[in-house]
Design a protein around this ligand. Structure first.
Ligand SMILES: NC(=O)c1ccc[n+]([C@@H]2O[C@H](COP(=O)([O-])OP(=O)(O)OC[C@H]3O[C@@H](n4cnc5c(N)ncnc54)[C@H](O)[C@@H]3O)[C@@H](O)[C@H]2O)c1
Ligand SMILES: [Zn+2]
Ligand SMILES: [Zn+2]
Length: 346
């Protein structure tokens, strides 16, 4: 089968690799019908995620149908259409029992990281009973793909960890798909003002269409100064970091209001300076989180009711075989006007 294989920093190929098969009775094999690329895949290609070894098939998002199943799988049958969570969970270990699936002793974020992922024609999903969701009939598969990672990440690591309350002021630093997912889901809580920060005009314009009151291009103005100006010098109640570089975390430290929260979402590959000399007396909370995807069922209901529409974060639709073009497009998002790129097969 064809798959996107990581060969080391800056290098990947679309090439044949053996089709996966059942290795444990709790596994299934899924034929991928939709997959997409995450900002984390770009971090992997930058060399920011050392757990990913050369030879690995990337990708941790997708929708498909089950073609093979292990004998211990009870919730799913061959032929079932499924949504793949980017987080694999056994449902039984101490971390899973606390709903912290991201740190599952048998899973966590392993797809496209420690085991082969979803940017391929087929993928093996371990602990299938507790790592997959039935795809409801009639739901748009492109929209569903946004529930593997993008939407739960923006919601859990940004909105829930940041404790967004009605009336709060909110800054989202990074208006990529994950930042926009935070924006879309934060609006469920009626914040009084949302400001977005990015360097990509297309993404900033999209953020305004999705409800941001102000969009700041940090290439043309100092983002922290601009946010402080917009909040009368006070800063924001919640600053969500959705990029994963030292500069943007620093912006969050400069704009958080007394009593506020900094919710880090970004995957960081470099050390960041913690400005405790400025923050120690400001009663702030800093959170970090790997998405648990515990919110998938709730977000699915919100999506099916029309309360949220994640397809607004999709800019390009390509065939699975155009994977390298998809990386080129997503990797040069500003030039290409790109947000989420959905790849489909059948
Ligand atoms: N914590 C988690 O569980 C989790 C899960 C998924 C993704 N992530 C991370 O979330 C982050 C966002 O993901 P994405 O898919 O939206 O990625 P993305 O690369 O598409 O978006 C990042 C955005 O940041 C902007 N940006 C880059 N440098 C900037 C700077 N100096 N100032 C302002 N803006 C800047 C880019 O223009 C882009 O729009 C990534 O770090 C990704 O790895 C974390
Ligand atoms: Zn991801
Ligand atoms: Zn577990």
């Amino acid at each position: 089968m064809k798959s996107l294989i990581y060969l080391g920093p800056g290098k990947c190929v679309w090439q044949d690799k053996e089709k996966p098969s059942i290795q444990a009775p709790t596994d299934v094999v899924v034929k991928i019908s939709r997959t997409t690329i995450c900002g984390t895949d770009l971090h992997i290609l930058k060399g920011d995620v050392p757990s990913v070894e050369p030879g690995r098939i990337l990708g941790h998002e997708g929708v498909g149908s089950i073609v093979e199943k292990g004998e211990a799988v009870g919730n799913f049958a061959v032929g079932d259409r499924v949504l793949i969570s980017c987080i694999t969970s056994c449902g039984r270990c101490p971390h899973c029992r606390r709903q912290m699936f991201s740190h599952c002793e048998r899973g966590g974020w392993i797809l496209g990281n420690r085991i082969d992922g979803t940017q391929a024609e087929y993928v093996r999903i371990p602990c299938a009973d507790t790592s997959l969701y039935h795809a409801p009939n009639g739901v748009d598969e492109d929209a569903l793909t946004m529930l593997s990672d993008m939407l739960p990440t923006g919601f859990e690591c940004g909105v829930l960890s940041g404790g967004v309350n009605p009336g709060d002021t909110l800054a989202i630093v990074g208006a990529g798909p994950v930042g926009l997912a935070a924006l879309i889901s934060a609006r469920l809580y009626s914040p009084s003002m949302i400001v977005t920060v990015d360097m990509d005009e297309h993404r900033l314009t999209t953020s305004k269409e999705l409800g941001a009151k102000h969009a700041i291009n940090s290439r043309s103005e100092n983002a922290a100064d601009a946010v402080l100006r917009l909040t009368g010098g006070v800063g924001v109640d919640v600053a969500i970091e959705a990029v994963g570089v030292p500069d943007t975390f620093d912006t969050c430290q400069q704009i958080v209001a007394p009593g506020g929260r900094i919710a880090n979402i970004g995957v960081h590959g470099k050390p960041v300076t913690l400005r405790l000399e400025k923050l120690w007396d400001r009663n702030v909370t800093i959170t970090t989180r790997l998405v648990d995807t515990v919110s998938i069922p709730m977000l699915l209901k919100a999506m099916m009711s029309g309360a949220i529409d994640p397809t607004r974060a999709i800019s390009h639709r390509l065939h699975l075989s155009e994977m390298l073009k998809a990386y080129e497009t997503f990797g040069h998002a500003a030039r290409e006007g790109a947000l989420k790129v959905v790849l489909s097969n059948g």
